[in-house]
Design a protein around this ligand. Sequence first.
Ligand SMILES: [Zn+2]
Length: 276
Amino acid sequence: MDVQGLTPVAGFPFPVFTSAGGAERARMVAERAARTIAWLDRVVGLPETPPLFVLGPDDWDKVATTPLYGMPHVETDRIVVGQQPAPFWNAVIGTVVGHVEGGGLRRLHDVYGNPIDIGLFADLLVAHELTHLTDREWAPGPVGFWLGELVANLGLHGYVTEVEPEQTMRLTTIFEVTWSAPNDHWPVRDLAHMEKGLEGDGSNYVWFEFGLLVLAKRLWETAGAKALQRLVGAMRGPELGFDEVVKLLDELDPAVGQAIRNWPGSPPPGSPRPNS
Ligand SMILES: [Zn+2]
């Protein structure tokens, strides 16, 4: 990792670095990160926070571990987010807009403007990344991969609901609209192959994340913080197989367990019904 040329931003309980000209944006992201850390620490406990990097495209490859500029991600020694709007979000929006019906498109414009600025959603994702720090025990595998993403989305949804409820529409509209549209055009749809969705422009991967966000919202509404505590607790223990994980989800909310068994289904529980 090469932090030469990056600017440190002081005043946070964790190190923050940004690219030239990005201090204001870095402070905004870091403030949300600090709020999320305080919330997560209360709900499930959190290890020490690694440095936060808010990077422009020229500095991305020095620190990021994914080549997709602006795709937020976390490792035990770094949290990395984009300083500028990420081109891959435009690819996501382009694909989504091509498949939603008029009502869905209107909802997107109402919340994200016209043209659609999905940055209003993406800015919330630092809460997802920080939740990943709670569940780093399992070896990488097909079940651990999607469960880790579900847990991170549960942390994101819980954080927004409890700490920044005024952001709820910005968080939920994009994934609800996407998942109420047909899904058969996505090349990768099997949950066990979620990671493969990262190939290409990243929009297929984001579709998986949106589906897990639908389920995270549902889980938070039925079980609240208990859902996050149980799932983080499971991921801090010995690795579980698919059936054991689905059984745990059944105990929290049988509809969510069923949605995982039926994935991707059409549409999953918790999706908006037409005209509701
Ligand atoms: Zn994630």
